[in-house]
Write a protein that binds this ligand. Structure first.
Ligand code: ADP
Ligand code: MG
Length: 210
């Protein structure tokens, strides 16, 4: 399948929500080492709220689903990271407006817009030990692929590799910044969440669409 409608987009968000919920405790442990230990709890709560709000939509268009997800992340996660995760989805809303089915190319545009907004909001670049280390390579891989199957697969692999790369880094943004060299050896929780999101999307795609 090379274009997805709102049914599939809602299912992709649901798959992401299930994956972060399943990894909640592991994400909390990563955040306990680098921050305040709440990341798994807050991201899984926010994604659960997104799923609930999407199910309650009267007209679940593609842009409404993306906007609802953005709002849930912004309002239910709280703090700086909620605003940053929300920024990722909010920016893609315009690309999805008035579109019934989204191609991988259009989706790539929405994801790239989201990445731009995350960078603008959090001022993190690749190498700063944040979610950007997973998101930037994932979006680049998604953009370079020819169809959805290849795009989700390449993005998932790139996001996981990016998340793992954060282990060797000192943080230049977020709470982990205060740890200095002590942050080395610990994987960034936000980058790990991004890897889980793309892996969940890829797995959903392989099971349902490929
Ligand atoms: P908080 O730090 O408010 O407790 P979370 O624990 O939910 O928020 O999320 C922490 C994650 O947020 C980090 O692992 C990192 O990936 C991401 N993050 C923090 N600051 C920034 C930033 N300036 N830019 C991008 N991502 C960031
Ligand atoms: Mg935290």
């Amino acid at each position: 399948m090379n274009a997805i409608g709102s049914e599939e987009l809602g299912a992709l968000i649901r798959a992401m929500a299930q994956r972060v919920a399943a990894e909640r405790d592991a994400l909390n442990r990563l955040d306990a080492a680098l921050g305040d230990g709440d990341h798994g709890t807050s991201i899984s709560r926010a994604f659960a709220a997104a799923v609930e709000d999407i199910e309650a939509l009267q007209e679940p268009s593609l842009s409404a689903i993306w906007l609802t997800t953005a709002k849930a992340l912004m309002n239910r996660m709280g703090g700086a990271s909620g605003a940053i995760f929300g920024a990722f989805f909010i920016k893609g809303v315009a690309s999805l407006r008035d579109v019934d089915r989204v191609s991988n190319h259009l989706m790539a545009g929405a994801l790239a817009a989201g990445l731009g907004s995350v960078k603008a909001r959090g001022r993190a670049a690749v190498g700063d030990k944040t979610m950007v280390d997973a998101l930037a390579p994932a979006v680049a891989a998604f953009e370079a692929a020819d169809d959805f199957s290849a795009a989700w697969a390449a993005a998932a692999t790139a996001a996981r590799k990016g998340a793992e790369s954060t282990r060797d880094l000192v943080a230049r943004q977020g709470r982990a910044k205060f740890l200095g060299e002590r942050a080395i050896g610990q994987q960034d929780p936000g980058a790990t969440t991004v890897a889980l999101m793309f892996e969940a999307a890829n797995d959903w795609w392989k099971e349902n669409q490929a």
